[in-house]
Design a protein around this ligand. Structure first.
Ligand code: CA
Length: 235
């Protein structure tokens, strides 16, 4: 992809400025919108590669912007919200956002999120889902249903395996508790979220050979989990 185009949707001008100055310095192209309506129109007319979306907009709710954009586009959406807006953040992820940044955020954080997203874009092959997934020392053979670490097979329970597959097929993306439990158990009951925590702990343990093994799965407290590309695990 030649010169990524990023749509910055933010009604708070100092924040918008911080973002656009950073993007410019890093050689990204960008467009801006200050309202939800303008965001939807600009997204439709300019086909940006990534959307950075503030959730608190003067007209439309950011979550509504995501729903509208998602009705025709899979463009990666990174939401920006204040820490007090955690429930909105979860709604945004459930509506199809890919990632989030919490205000105040640093320029380094913003750039790290963009790199992760770009990497997902560049490695995504929607038509030909590979049958073997590799991430660092981890390898999952979806067809054979086996998982190995450093070439050595690891034994997972059926639920752990389903969880790992779900996370790996969405590598780089934050998945909410609701999204995961609905995929694994078909519901989003409190008890499923509690089970999820337990299965995630055992899965993590199995993915950790030694104290310096990379962390493949990040916890987003109160929100969900994400599998990271381990080379990018320095963010
Ligand atoms: Ca705002």
């Amino acid at each position: 992809m030649d010169k990524t185009l990023i749509l910055v949707v933010e009604d708070d001008l100092p924040v918008q400025n911080l973002i656009t100055v950073t993007l410019k310095a890093e050689g990204y192209r960008y467009l801006t919108a200050q309202t939800g309506q303008a965001a939807v129109i600009t997204a439709a007319t300019h086909n940006p590669d990534i959307i950075l979306l503030d959730l608190g907009l003067p007209d439309l709710d950011g979550v509504e912007v995501i729903r509208r954009v998602r009705s025709w586009s899979n463009v990666p959406i990174i939401v920006i919200s204040a820490r007090s807006e955690d429930p909105d953040k979860i709604d945004a992820l459930d509506a199809g956002a890919d990632d989030y940044l919490t205000k105040p955020f640093s320029v380094a954080e913003l750039l790290a999120r963009l790199r992760v997203t770009l990497r997902r874009l560049n490695t995504a092959a929607p038509d030909a889902a590979p049958s073997v997934f590799r991430n660092g020392a981890l390898s999952i053979d979806y067809a054979a249903g086996c998982v190995s670490l450093d070439g050595e097979e690891i034994r997972l329970t059926p639920i752990e395996y389903k969880l790992l597959c779900l996370l790996s097929r969405n590598v780089g993306k934050v998945l909410t508790h609701k999204y995961i439990t609905q995929n694994i158990w078909g519901d989003s009951l409190e008890s499923s979220t509690a089970s999820l925590r337990v299965f995630m702990a055992t899965l993590r343990k199995k993915l950790t050979r030694s104290p310096d093994s990379p962390a493949y799965i990040q916890t987003h407290v109160g929100i969900g989990y994400r599998m990271v590309r381990v080379e990018e695990n320095t963010e």
